[in-house]
Write a protein that binds this ligand. Structure first.
Ligand code: HEC
Ligand code: HEC
Ligand code: HEC
Ligand code: HEC
Ligand code: HEC
Length: 373
């Protein structure tokens, strides 16, 4: 059958071509040099732009964060050889997933082998070496004509210190705290074990999940609590449009004297738009609003209106990720009340629970974590 022989030949030729091009790629890689390649693979440009579709939300939020000067690799790879091996191995399936578009939307989190390790953060931060309090200021603006501000401040007992004396919120780092999550997202915590300096373990359990805890499960699935169990949004912060508008009003990127700017800004950005183009064209409509309802301001504050529109477009970039379906609601931030309440107010000291079901529960009174002035 000449036809199938021809097909066979063609297939053969195709295979040869693949082999040859594979060889060519290998040679190019050799020429670039293994070292440069590794360095390139660790640069934010590689991570953020080559896999740009799935990494895009992480790349964009990273660029707007405190850590924008820290490379992806400094957190995700670290310096130890074991992380290098681990992350490159899990990096390969990720690259294949990109090619075949089999990735999850949004990218699954926590990312198991790519998860930053405690000692990557500790290249720069050492909670056992610093102790103290932190005061944070919050400003919220009402959706009225004057964008009326309401400000508040609250103290955090951040604490820290070496294991023997550690206290406050960073006590968890000084302590050796193991926890058993029942789900991949690590939100359903059923068991906690705190090892003291003698090696004894004090255990806490969620009474509602007691029937799901077995010694085998604890042994195989327990995790050592680290920075990322709370600071999982250390750099890829998926803020809501409301938080970002409030921030821009506080920092002066949006003029507080533009009537209803908070309300109007929120209207066009929340709920999230189907595309950035849609968000931008809706933001542009704000000019018409000022021209019609506040003709004087439209003329006097033309420059401020331009600036506000530009800033709202920037906020749209930080919040509109339709392809990866990432929003401020899809990414839980564990450094919040919800994150703390996975254990606080939920789990109870196992030894005392039966006799004292109320007081055995891990404390969640405000003054455990805050101080008020
Ligand atoms: C300051 C440290 C830090 C830097 C720098 C950093 N990341 Fe992350 N990244 C994290 C943490 C923490 C998580 C959450 C991990 C978890 O929950 O297990 C994360 C998670 C992710 C995820 C999983 C999805 C998600 O949002 O949780 C992706 C994808 C990601 N990072 C990509 C990147 C890329 C690309 C860069 C560089 C452009 C980068 N990261 C830079 C700390 C960092
Ligand atoms: C290469 C250095 C470096 C690494 C690695 C690093 N950080 Fe940071 N981090 C910084 C710098 C610089 C700041 C800003 C300090 C300031 O503005 O006062 C910061 C700020 C912070 C803040 C407070 C400000 C904020 O954004 O809320 C937290 C929390 C934080 N880092 C957590 C982490 C965690 C968790 C990791 C590991 C996943 C990490 N950092 C890795 C350098 C680093
Ligand atoms: C039990 C949860 C938890 C763990 C674990 C944790 N942190 Fe924090 N950390 C917080 C909270 C809460 C704050 C204060 C409020 C905030 O910044 O949101 C904070 C504040 C910080 C700050 C800012 C301090 C300042 O003065 O601005 C840094 C930096 C930081 N943590 C780094 C780390 C590092 C590094 C680790 C791991 C070695 C770690 N944290 C472990 C919850 C935690
Ligand atoms: C995995 C479980 C778990 C999570 C999540 C958790 N904690 Fe804790 N925390 C504990 C346990 C256990 C203790 C010790 C309770 C005891 O000994 O009665 C504790 C103690 C504390 C203490 C008192 C430390 C001291 O002795 O001075 C503070 C403050 C605290 N946690 C704050 C936080 C904050 C803030 C968060 C969220 C950002 C948080 N915790 C999240 C388990 C957790
Ligand atoms: C287990 C520790 C913990 C306890 C207990 C706790 N908080 Fe918080 N609180 C936090 C953390 C963590 C944040 C988030 C920090 C951030 O946004 O940077 C926070 C944020 C806040 C904020 C500012 C942000 C907001 O949501 O408005 C207020 C106000 C606040 N807490 C009040 C309280 C009050 C009142 C109580 C008692 C009913 C309480 N907290 C109990 C840990 C705690």
């Amino acid at each position: 059958m000449p036809e199938s022989a021809e097909t066979h030949k063609r297939l053969h030729r195709k295979r040869l071509l693949y082999l040859l091009s594979g060889g060519a790629i290998a040679i190019v890689l050799l020429v670039i040099g293994a070292y440069d390649l590794l360095e390139f693979m660790e640069s934010p440009e590689f991570c953020g732009q080559l896999c740009h579709v799935e990494m895009y939300p992480e790349w964009v939020t990273y660029q707007d964060s405190t850590h924008s000067e820290v490379t992806c690799a400094e957190c995700h790879v670290g310096s130890g050889a074991s992380y290098l091996v681990k992350s490159k191995i899990s990096g390969v399936p990720l690259i294949f997933a990109t090619l075949f578009h089999t990735y999850d939307t949004p990218v699954e989190t926590p990312v198991h082998d790519l998860r930053p390790a405690r000692d990557t953060c500790e290249q720069c931060h050492r909670p056992e070496r610093f102790t103290g309090d932190l005061i944070r200021y919050y400003a919220n603006y009402a959706e009225d004509e004057a964008n009326t501000p309401e400000t508040s401040s609250i103290g955090f007992k951040v604490g820290g210190g070496q294991s023997e004396v550690a206290s406050g919120i960073h006590w968890h780092i000084g302590a050796e705290l193991w926890y058993l999550p029942l789900d991949d997202e690590r939100q359903e915590i059923a068991w906690v074990g705190v090892t003291d300096s003698n090696g004894d373990i004090e255990t806490f359990i969620d009474p509602d999940k007691a029937d799901q805890i077995t010694p085998e499960l604890i042994k195989s699935d327990k995790l050592l609590m680290d920075c990322i169990d709370c600071h999982n949004r250390a750099t890829h912060v998926f803020n809501s449009p409301e938080d970002l508008i409030d921030k821009a009003l506080t920092e002066g990127q949006i003029d507080l004297d533009l009537p209803f700017i908070k309300k109007k800004g929120l209207e066009v950005l929340d709920p999230v738009n189907a595309s950035l183009e849609e968000a931008n064209s809706r933001i542009e409509l704000l000019r018409g609003f000022y021209e019609q309802s506040y003709p004087d301001i439209y003329v006097e504050k033309a420059e401020e209106i331009d600036k506000a529109i530009e800033q709202l477009k920037h906020i749209a970039v930080l919040t509109t990720f339709p392809t990866m379906k990432a929003t401020w609601e899809t990414h839980t931030n564990n450094a919040t009340h919800e994150g703390c309440n996975r254990c606080h107010g939920t789990l109870a000291a196992e030894a005392e629970f039966e006799n004292d079901p109320i007081n055995s529960v891990i404390a969640s009174n405000c003054k455990l974590c805050h101080f008020f002035r």
